[in-house]
Design a protein around this ligand. Sequence first.
Ligand code: ZN
Ligand code: ZN
Length: 338
Amino acid sequence: MQATVLHGERDIRFEDVTAPTIVKPTDAILRLSATCVCGSDLWPYRGIAPVAQPTPMGHEYCGVVEEVGSAVTSVKPGQFVIGSFFASDNTCPNCRAGYTTSCQHREGVGGAQAPLLRVPLADGTLVRTPGMPSNDMLPSLLTLSDVMSTGWFAAEAAAVQPGKTAVVVGDGAVGLLGVLSAKLMGAERIIAMSRHESRQKLARELGATDIVSERGDEGIARIKELTHGVGADSALECVGTQESMMQAIRSTRPGGHVGYVGVPHGVQLDGVELFFSHVHLHGGPAPARRFLPELIDMVWSGKINPGRVFDLTLPLSQVAEGYRAMDERRAIKALLQP
Ligand SMILES: [Zn+2]
Ligand SMILES: [Zn+2]
């Protein structure tokens, strides 16, 4: 088959690779219905997190079970499934506590920008939809594999509450779905930090009540102005840079919560500042597996349409253009059709 491989900085190729097969009896092979490029794929693409050797790319997926290993009992060929970017057994103490991305047996799922994908720990990882989805539901179902679950976790970790104020740092797909999640969790005021007009518009459509385009000290001052001088109850950090992390912490009121889901790159926190900030910090890789059943229900019933973050759809063979468009911020998120 042909699939996506990163060879080095900005060198994405769609090339011949060996098709995946069942390696362990707990594996499943999926025929993917849709996949996509993630904001986190841009770190190695840009050479900020260099790859040591040619690396198969992609970790967001949904599709039809093609084959299962002899130990798999919860899914069977022909069923439509969604899974997380980390495979998990869903039975160990960390999974039972809800932190499936810290599963004691977790395995990364890689190489999803491809027609076929091997998913380890299939029983724990994959969740079935109620039936075969229509094509127009695929983008929204695909977001549950990572970005929607990650936005949801940002809001949960930031302890978003009905009637309270949430600020969302980052206007990528995760930030935008963080806005939607804060709305679903009942936040009364949702302040989206964004400097891009098209993203501001989508943020408003997804539930943002205010937009702040300033950054740094000016951005923090604007949040304080909008919150009677104290800061937001919740901040969702959806970028992973020093600037965005400090933006989130300094925009949060004493006693408030920061949910951080941007993969940190070079983030350093000062102990004394943290001590006096009085904020709660919680975050990490979203335990998407825990959220899948509830989020699938919401998509299936038409209550939410998180697939709106895809503003570019390409055949999988044009994956390199998807990376370029996201790198140049011409696209929020690129959906790939195998
Ligand atoms: Zn991702
Ligand atoms: Zn586990």
